[in-house]
Design a protein. Structure first.
Length: 210
């Protein structure tokens, strides 16, 4: 009787498999690369995709377990509002640099996020830091805290205004990417809301099959 020999996949095959499973990470890194350069061109898209592929292959990060799904309409709302905030903040920071008078009153504000997911915490922190005038100086996953340095506190509505703006951004991120269960648990959607109606239909079909 002959015994079959199982050969472990080679390093190149493992890297190719990692690329297939992490295409969303490569896409996100490509978008981040284009945003950092501030120029949407084929050269930046190709360079960002190649750099992302190299990073996930040569410097793989441990996988982070999260649940969620992409919702197209909330994602478009998230992206549109982000672009509006980006342009508005850019003009405001430019005005602060050119106008005469004293420097604006800045400060550090702590914001306690609603979700404990480190993925959504990271997305919220990155989008906050990409908007000129605010930088995340520290983040704590265990306490869900973000500490932001804000260039112009009065313009941002003071500490309460900064917290309100950051929590609104996190809510848009969650509506775009979080699971239906988490949206209901955090009070961002009701069980009959169109955002989570898909889960109710799936549960009904499972009960019917049972």
């Amino acid at each position: 009787m002959s015994s079959a020999t199982v050969t472990a996949p080679g390093p190149w095959r493992r890297r190719a498999r990692r690329l297939r499973h992490q295409w969303t990470t490569i896409a996100a890194l490509t978008v981040l690369w284009v945003l950092l350069w501030g120029d949407l061109s084929w050269a930046n898209l190709i360079a960002g995709a190649l750099l992302g592929a190299v990073l996930v292959t040569v410097l793989p990060l441990p996988s982070v377990e999260t649940r969620g799904r992409l919702r197209v309409v909330p994602f478009l709302v998230l992206a549109g509002r982000f672009l509006v905030d980006l342009f508005a903040a850019s003009f405001h920071v430019a005005w602060l640099a050119l106008r005469p008078g004293p420097a604006p009153r800045s400060g550090i504000v702590g914001v306690c996020l609603a979700s404990s997911s480190e993925v959504f915490l990271t997305i919220t922190a990155e989008m906050t830091s990409l908007v000129p005038g605010s930088v995340v100086v520290e983040a704590h996953r265990s306490t869900r805290m973000l500490y932001l340095h804000v260039l112009d506190l009065p313009y941002s509505g003071g500490p309460d205004g900064v917290r309100e703006t950051t929590l609104a951004l996190e809510a848009r991120v969650l509506r775009a990417f979080a699971s239906d269960d988490e949206l209901v648990r955090l009070g961002l959607a009701a069980p009959g809301d169109p955002l989570v109606r898909r889960t109710a239909r799936q549960a009904g079909r499972k009960e019917g099959r049972a």
